[in-house]
Design a binder for this molecule. Structure first.
Ligand SMILES: [Zn+2]
Length: 175
């Protein structure tokens, strides 16, 4: 079994400018490459799980998202970072699909395909739905940033991904 870190995209990997689908609007948050490299080196498999309801609302297309993700993965590769899989939900909330966070179906799919030990794994996100998604799947949760003002009960809170990785995930692994 392997350990994994599930990552929300907007607000964790890149700045969340509310509707990010152009490569020119995609700005990596400082420390992200360092953080992900540290996780890879520590033996964590990486997954991105993102809600992209802009597709369902007709704001942008699946092609836009695929293009953006190819750009993101190319940048990761240049930094020696390997992401196993990106899951995105293209649906709007009122479609009641089973792939939109906080539904844990993406995590459970990855668990089966990659034989992941969920108890040793984490979800890092900036919204309540990320924390609920992690809770629903049975992984540890880290809330980064402070996008949501609604009450939220993550296992940990950190200012960004790099501090989540260095203060929590890698520190935990040493215990
Ligand atoms: Zn969906």
């Amino acid at each position: 079994m392997i350990k994994a870190v599930f990552l929300d995209r907007d607000g964790v990997i890149n700045y969340d400018y509310s509707c990010v689908y152009r490569v020119s609007d995609f700005t990596f948050i400082p420390g992200v490459f360092e953080a992900l490299k540290l996780l890879n080196d520590a033996g964590y498999k990486l997954f991105v799980i993102t809600n992209q309801s802009g597709i369902g609302r007709g704001v942008y297309t699946e092609e836009d998202v695929e293009k953006l993700h190819a750009h993101m993965l190319a940048q990761f590769e240049e930094h020696g970072i390997n992401v196993e899989k990106i899951y995105y939900c293209p649906h709007t909330e009122d479609a009641y699909c089973d792939c939109r966070k906080p539904n844990p179906s993406s995590i459970l799919d990855a668990q089966k395909k990659f034989d992941i030990n969920l108890e040793e794994s984490y979800f890092v996100g900036d919204r309540n739905t990320d924390i609920e998604c992690g809770d629903n799947a049975g992984v540890k949760t880290v809330l980064v940033g402070n996008t949501d003002t609604e009450p939220c009960n993550p296992d940990y809170r950190e200012k960004d991904l790099l501090s989540a990785v260095t203060n929590i995930i890698l520190a935990d692994g040493k215990n």
